[in-house]
Design a protein around this ligand. Sequence first.
Ligand code: GLA
Length: 389
Amino acid sequence: MSIDIQQACDAYQRHFKAVPTVAARAPGRVNVIGEHTDYNHGFVLPMAIEHDTVIVGRPRDDNVLCLYAQNLERSAELSLEQRTRNEQEPWTDYIMGVADQLVALNKPVSGADMLVVGDVPVGCGLSSSAALEMAALVFFEQTGGFKLEDAEAALLGQRVENEFLGLSTGIMDQFISRSGKKNHALFLDCRSHAFDLIPAAFEEALFVIANTACPRGLTASKYNERVDECKCAVATLQEYFQSSGSHLRDYTMNDLLACQEMMEDIPFRRARHVISENERTQQACEAMRQGDAALLGALMNASDISLRVDYEVTSRELDIMTAIARECSGCFGARMTGAGFGGCTINLVHRDAADTFCTHLLHHYAEATGKDGDVFLSDPADGACPLAL
Ligand code: GLA
């Protein structure tokens, strides 16, 4: 685990003047491929990373959540009787959102003193919010003495985003944060929630995550816009085929081409991305199983082009960074990862070339943008779990 639990407990003791009795952690994630497919009921291939959100605390015998975010040095005291968003302390919304959804499920949620600490980079597409939600859920599971099934846990996190926060996100981030497995990527069918853990070790290659150091501007509204554009494409497909297929998952590229004339250009291109990305993700899963880095890299490059040209969720900095990466020797493939509009890229790089790749990438990125990017390596990590104290 990336966070020192003893240090977290010491910090808790300093802040709350008591010893914590409950601890939970949940990781961030990086998506290898399968972008903007989850809310279209398609396929994704993420892995959990070795960066965690940790919560240590103890239950209270009232209905108050006393929260302290160590990274932000912010605290808040909230009543579980008024489970609303908090504009002054928006970081608390993820915890309150989880509590609210648990109450809706009739699960016991008591007040608690909780210290939150983490090293999942915030706002750069590595799902720090899902990590916080899933850590909070594991915390409440322990204080309430219940345990949700993994898919149910992920769905609860998704409802926090959809209903409490108003973001139309899919299920990928919470699912991988809850169900990730060390050294494995997770191939998930976002409709049935069936999944396969795929060993993610390549003999000759490793993943390099690179941060453009550009916060994701306007992500929420642009994201919801994409969701609506996909729905618009589905409406045309349904009409043309007189079909009940409810999501882009239900249609093939030939279906889409058949009704191109009836569809506006934007929904057409959004649908073309999603349908082709679903195909690529299934192929990528097979490439990963075979340890075929060259094929996986080619699929990652194709995904990135599709996200740039058809889905239009990259940014100038993301495009510069992936272009530089592809020119480096030893790079099998590079793409933006996560929602887009800024944030991180994921690169599949020859092991022997990894050091020079990182140096070269950062140097040329800074030269082209004037920005200091950042790179890190992470083996695939385990999903959320309670921590022994
Ligand atoms: C965000 C959302 C996910 C998914 C990705 C794009 O991370 O939370 O549900 O849609 O964007 O693939």
